[in-house]
Design a protein around this ligand. Structure first.
Ligand code: PMP
Length: 985
């Protein structure tokens, strides 16, 4: 008999293919052949345009089958699932026949290219990825429901209802030592299938694996290769994915996550897998493995030159071998639980506690409102919350899979075990506990286990004796619903029953896992379906979606930290916490001056939002509360006027405008390498090469640049550097005056924030200010980064330098990341602006912003944060200097107080910037729980500007982590930094 499944790739005449493709699809250009089992695929790089994928189908694929594929593609698109567009011929057709050298006719199609990579190339499959894929496949199945097509009944080797026949007929192709195992497993699987008759049929893709799903640069997943589309069993679509995951990971727990994702997705779509489908799933997985195994070898025999088939052969055998050995009944029990069903057909779990149905879920997640105001740091918080919940309900539940904020450690050095692998049921002590299913009860030390087949439920906090139950070592059978003990008292008046599930005899998991451990990778066995309580969605799934969501919405120009950023959803003091319950020490947040989630600020702003938040033209108290407080901190009584704005960029912009209005001039002298903001004027005086590499070529004619006063690595160093840099300002001002348009202003950060806290050399600002004033200009201090007490020694950078500016720009710290900034200046200068019109910015100084601004200043004063910055900053610098004695990479510690820059150099003489090392250190420090970023023009300075609540313990944590990372770096050869280093970033 002719076996319809033995299809070698057709021989083609490439010249002819090219001519045909050019004529019908307009696809000239270069052709590169891509791998395929039985078709010919070419990547065509077009002479002009986007290029395409050209496919010469095997001759068995008729035009009707191409139309079936097109119908499927359309359904996918209608359901919001991307799939490459079929290009049309000049006659508007989706395929065109081509005659092959052997006289047969084949269909030629062309597809638009997808700019992305297959999931198989992009990422290893972990539990979250598997769950996501399962959901995706669920959507694909749903998209094709009720689709009819006359050509959908296809006899192809991949159509799984035919698998037993395909395996039997191709078995001889396998190497001899593999045949028996393959045949036996396929027969067993086929026997299981024979007993099932409720297997819904529909058209499916038939090959939805990580090889056939691509992800593009904006995070969109694409379904490719519709070559195996056919009418089949619906469940076969999931079986193909599960087989693929087993082949890649060999981990049934991960495969179960795909089943979970699929089941949840189809439930949302309004249908559920039938019991027969759940029974059929595993046999189909095994059969898929067997088909892959036999077909790989047969393909090689009929098409020995097919490298694509050759390369895949061992992987395909692995799919089979990793599935065939597992005990059918035990696996089905796990798959059923993953699908949210009882582990046996027809089984209904008895409630463990009689009053369980009215249980209340306690939210211990990172964003839980019950844990605000630092409540999560209390050691007794879980029992406190349980007690509160039990005042309102007989039973309280803490969920499986939740990253519990209550277990986040403020010691950031290693991830704490926060992820619950257990379910906790809280209740009064002494309450009877019932067996949820019939099984065997055994005692393992303090723990009692109930086992049925491959399913084991472990109880911690269960007293069997108290209910008169004897649990012998060899176990005793119990039936579903029987009392198996009582809940032990955990703390006075409170009992806690903790339950974990063990799958198929696996070793018990600890009750909590840490981010990044094998549980995070797989996702341990979840007891929730047995207990009838909800599980917590996996935060890793959410995190990945969040990364894609952000990329989709923001495009490429928006900056963000880290290649693979954690999802930070809570802060506290100088600590940031991600959704997996990992805490980090925040070293970069000068915006959050008074620390994260400061209750006083949250209360004040929250209260104001309840009262009023409106545009700032109304009269209300908060406006003056803020501006008066700011003026109270002004560095000189001559600075007597404040205009609130929304951001640092606006503050600088307004400062420049004020100077221009007051002097009636345009020209501004600015120091190089600075960053002052993104608005037109602020950007014009910004030349930081990191922020804008071509800044120097594009400054407007009113901007005049002088060297950054950096006595560490600039042109002037050592004694006299301050005067030398100031002379540049003086010379420039004089030139401008001579040319008949003297300077309106000189702008500079009083401490060079962008350079990493470099303090200008002695006498610089005094000299520069005097020079610009001599020529009728004004001095602008951009204190957006360094002002507000952070420098410790003074509230303002200019104060530290012994100068009084004419205009000060502030923001960042001013609102603790609430959008408020200000310009502080003299009345006469503001009056000059009035001549040009009034100043108004809707939300600048609006009630809530102004309250934020006033509260921040109060907190800085009341909590002595400037003093803290002075003290802790000095210790910090000392400790880094100590490290520098041992680590030559540390070239200098710049700055003052808690505005510091650790400059890293490859050589202390040449000062060659250690750029790659700095980037690597920042990424690596994240693993140590420390968030720090590179700064400066050269990106070789670690910027250290933590919340001003940063304490001595935090210094210890940073120094220990930094030292460990420096030591690790020292062990790497310089050469290895140059190579493989880039990829490591
Ligand atoms: N000036 C300086 C010195 C800055 O560092 C920044 C921001 N990094 C700005 C102005 C602009 O502030 P914003 O981002 O609030 O607009």
């Amino acid at each position: 008999m002719q076996q319809p499944w033995l299809l070698a790739r057709p021989e083609v005449d490439l010249d002819r293919v090219r001519r045909h493709a050019t004529e019908h699809f307009g696809l000239g250009g270069e052709y590169r052949e891509l791998g395929s089992q039985q078709d010919r695929n070419y990547l065509v790089s077009a002479e002009s345009g986007a290029g395409a994928l050209l496919k010469i189908h095997h001759p068995v694929v008729t035009g009707e089958i191409v139309s079936l594929q097109a119908a499927v593609a359309e359904r996918y698109r209608d359901a919001g699932l991307a799939t490459p567009a079929l290009l049309r011929t000049s006659d508007g057709d989706i395929s065109v026949p081509i005659t092959l050298p052997d006289g047969r006719e084949a269909q030629m199609c062309a597809f638009a290219l997808v700019d992305g990579s297959t999931l198989a190339d992009l990422e290893a499959v972990d539990g979250a990825a598997a769950e996501h894929l399962g959901g995706f496949v669920g959507r694909a199945v749903d998209a094709l429901r009720n689709l009819d097509h006359p050509s959908a009944d296809r006899e192809i080797q991949w159509e799984l209802t035919l698998a037993p026949r395909v395996v039997a007929e191709l078995l001889h192709e396998l190497p001899g030592d593999r045949r028996d195992a393959c045949l036996a497993a396929a027969r067993r699987a086929a026997a299981h299938l024979e007993a099932l008759d409720d297997l819904p049929r529909q058209i499916i893709h038939g090959d939805l694996t990580a090889d056939n799903i691509m992800r593009d640069s904006s995070g969109v997943s694409w379904i490719i290769d519709l070559g195996d589309v056919a009418q089949s069993w619906r469940i076969a679509e999931l079986a193909v994915l599960v087989a693929d995951i087993m082949g890649r990971t060999g981990d049934l727990t991960i495969a179960c996550r795909a089943v979970r994702g699929f089941s949840q997705q189809v439930a949302e779509a309004g249908f559920a897998l039938t019991d027969d489908e759940l029974d059929a799933l595993w046999p189909l997985v095994v059969l898929r493995g067997a088909v892959l195994a036999v077909s790989g070898w047969s393909q090689l025999r009929i098409d020995p030159a097919n490298d694509y088939a050759r390369e895949r052969i061992e992987h395909e055998w692995q799919v089979f071998s990793r599935t065939a050995g597992l005990a059918h009944d035990d696996v089905v029990a796990q798959l059923r639980l993953a699908a949210g069903r009882a582990h046996r057909r027809g089984l209904e779990y008895a409630p463990i506690l009689t009053e369980q149905r009215s249980a209340r879920v306690i939210d211990l997640g990172i964003r839980s409102a019950d844990l605000d105001r630092g409540r999560w740091t209390s050691p007794s918080i879980e029992t406190d919350l349980a007690r509160e919940a039990l005042a309102a309900a007989p039973v309280a539940v803490m969920r499986f899979g939740e990253s519990r904020l209550t277990r986040v450690s403020t010691d950031v050095s290693a991830p704490a075990p926060t992820k619950a692998r257990c379910v906790d049921l809280w209740s009064r002590p002494g309450v009877s506990v019932h067996a949820p299913f019939s099984g065997v009860l055994t005692r393992v030390g303090e723990i009692i286990e109930l086992t049925d087949g491959g399913v084991t439920l472990r109880f911690d906090g269960l007293e069997a004796d108290a209910a008169g139950i004897d649990v012998p070592d060899q176990g005793r059978p119990v039936s579903s619903g029987a009392v198996i003990g009582r809940i032990a008292e955990r703390v006075p008046g409170l009992g806690r029953l903790r339950m974990l599930r063990r799958a198929m005899g696996a070793a018990p998991d600890p009750a909590f896992g840490a981010a990044g451990d094998e549980y995070a990778v797989a996702g341990a066995a979840d007891p929730s379906p047995i207990l009838g309580v909800p599980a917590c969605p996996d935060p890793i799934l959410r995190l990945r979606e969040e990364r894609r969501r952000r990329d989709r919405a923001m495009g490429g120009a928006a900056e963000r930290y880290y290649a693979e950023p954690p999802q930070i959803e809570r802060g506290w003091g100088a600590i940031l916490i991600d959704t997996e319950g990992r805490a980090y020490l925040d070293m970069v947040n000068n915006v959050t001056a008074i620390g994260h989630a400061h209750p006083r600020l949250a209360d004040a702003v929250g209260r104001q939002l309840h009262l009023l938040n409106t545009n700032s033209r109304f009269l209300y108290e908060a406006y003056a509360d803020f501006t008066e407080r700011l003026l109270a901190h002004a560095p000189d009584p001559t600075l007597d006027t404040v205009i609130p704005v929304n951001s640092g960029s606006e503050a600088v912009d307004l400062a420049i405008r004020l100077a221009q209005a007051a002097t009636g001039r345009r020209d501004v002298i600015a120091a190089l390498e600075g960053y002052h903001g993104w608005t037109m004027a602020a950007d014009s005086v910004s030349t930081s090469a990191y922020d804008n590499p071509s800044a120097l070529d594009s400054r407007p004619d009113w901007v005049h640049l002088v060297d950054a006063p950096n006595a560490y690595r600039g042109p002037h160093r050592g004694a006299g550097a301050g005067a030398a840099y100031a002379r540049q300002v003086a010379d420039r001002a004089a030139q401008l005056a001579e040319a008949g348009h003297g300077p309106a202003a000189f702008i500079c950060e009083p401490v060079l924030g962008n350079a990493g806290g470099v303090i200008p050399p002695e006498g610089y600002l005094a000299g520069a200010y005097a020079a610009v004033r001599e020529h009728g200009g004004l001095a602008i201090a951009d204190e957006v980064q360094v002002g507000y007490g952070r420098l410790g020694a003074a509230f303002w950078g200019s104060e530290m330098q012994g100068v009084v500016p004419d205009i000060i720009a502030v923001a960042k710290a001013a609102g603790n990341a609430y959008p408020i900034g200000a310009v502080i200046t003299r009345r006469d200068i503001v009056d000059a602006l009035r001549r040009d019109g009034m100043f108004f910015s809707s939300a600048a100084g609006a009630p809530a912003s102004a309250v934020a601004g006033a509260t921040v200043i109060d907190v800085i004063v009341d909590e002595g944060l400037q003093e803290n910055a002075l003290l802790v900053g000095a210790v910090f610098a000392e400790r880094i200097e100590e490290l520098a004695a041992r680590h030559p990479l540390i070239g200098a510690v710049h700055g003052s107080g808690l505005y510091r820059g650790i400059e890293l150099v490859r050589d202390r003489e040449s000062l060659e910037p250690a750029v790659e090392e700095t980037a690597w250190i920042c990424e690596r420090l994240l693993d140590f729980g420390v968030i720090v970023q590179p700064a400066s023009e050269r990106q070789n300075v670690l910027k250290v500007k933590p919340p001003m609540t940063f304490g001595l313990r935090d210094v210890d944590v940073f120094v220990a982590a930094f030292e460990a990372v420096l030591t690790e770096l020292g062990k790497r050869e310089r050469r290895s930094l140059g190579e493989g280093f880039e990829e490591a970033l």
